[in-house]
Design a binder for this molecule. Structure first.
Ligand code: RRO
Length: 329
């Protein structure tokens, strides 16, 4: 079976790749992803300037081996946008694999995001950087004093309004993706999808979901939160979030116009998890916590498991079952 797909009209050899976040902060880490079966390479969310992130400890794992549940309050540690778009970084990250390279941006404010986009467009225009697309992160739960942007629909609309008017999108048609937080209630899905649909000339995919924000893990020996910053409140990931992610993928696929692809992310650990995401309408899946725990060989394993499952079911391409979740009569 073939795992080929397209995200935002960009062809991917396999429909499995990395989520932004773990093991994506350096060219060396990214190069290990591109050397695997991953269909694309996505860098860590960047800010305008490099920053070190929140104080340690800022991560927690319940049974890392099994990716049951993890938490992070990393606070956006990254090397700054310039690093992720310079030729040397991209050459090391994707080498001669020809795999699509995506950058993720998560600026402190819209102005910073627009400055980063100007820098990205400059590199694309001059042909210096092989950048296939940009993922705008509207869902980081860990910035002290800042709410999750995509939970404030008016703010989300105004951010997208400014960004989607930029010439790199209107004229050069660089594909834009949006990283979304999880939603939990019907009206919130409706509001979020309505905003995204307004910008479907520019927004070509959504990646659902980011971590479930503001969860709390307790260290019972210390009788303290497991994580230091924000009173221990942190983003939840791992297998525990798969069901929330599946619901978000299903709902987004139902509510978004066809021009916007859905990329499923959250709790994907096996080929079967990827299959479930695709049944719900995902064009591709991203892997975050499993990649964090297992390393880049997870992409080879998940691709193999998905191929085996497809073969068993007699499917030859993901189009055979994408979005074809059956309904109860
Ligand atoms: O760096 C982080 O703390 C982080 C980010 Br930007 C994000 O989008 N999601 C997350 O769980 N952690």
């Amino acid at each position: 079976p073939s795992l080929k797909t397209k995200v935002a009209s960009i062809p991917l050899e396999t429909c499995v790749y990395n989520a932004s976040g773990p093991r994506t902060g350096s060219a060396q880490a990214l190069s290990r992803i591109s050397a695997s079966k991953a269909g694309a390479v996505l860098a860590k969310s960047a800010t305008l300037a490099s920053q070190t992130g929140n104080p340690l400890p800022r991560t927690w794992h319940h049974d890392a081996e099994e990716s049951h549940a993890s938490m992070n309050s990393e606070g956006l540690p990254n090397l700054g946008i310039e690093y992720y778009i310079k030729t040397e970084t991209i050459d090391e990250a994707i080498s001669d694999t020809g795999k699509p390279y995506f950058v993720s941006i998560s600026g402190k404010n819209t102005d910073d995001n627009m400055k980063m986009l100007d820098m990205i467009y400059e590199k694309i225009k001059t042909g210096e950087a092989r950048i296939a697309g940009v993922e705008l992160n509207l869902a980081c739960p860990n910035i002290i004093g800042k709410p999750i942007i995509a939970y404030d629909f008016e703010q989300m609309d105004s951010v997208l309004k400014s960004i989607c008017a930029m010439p790199m999108f209107t004229e050069a048609k660089i594909p834009l993706g949006v990283k979304m937080p999880p939603y939990f209630d019907g009206p919130h899905y409706d509001r979020a999808a309505a905003v995204l649909n307004k910008y479907s000339d520019v927004v070509k995919y959504v990646a659902s979901i980011n971590t479930i924000g503001n969860c709390l893990a307790i260290d019972t020996v210390a009788e303290m939160p497991a994580i230091r910053s924000k009173g221990g409140f942190a983003g939840l990931s791992g297998r525990a979030v798969k069901y929330t992610a599946l619901a978000n993928v299903k709902k987004m696929r139902e509510l978004l116009v066809d021009d916007i692809d859905v990329v499923g992310v959250g709790g994907v650990y096996t080929g079967e998890d990827a299959f479930e995401m695709i049944l719900c309408g995902a064009s591709a899946v991203q892997v975050g916590t499993c990649h964090w725990n297992e390393g880049p060989k997870c992409f080879d394993r998940i691709c193999k498991e998905l191929e085996d499952l497809m073969a068993k079911k007699g499917y030859s391409s993901i189009e055979d079952f994408k979005g074809k979740l059956k309904e109860w009569s």
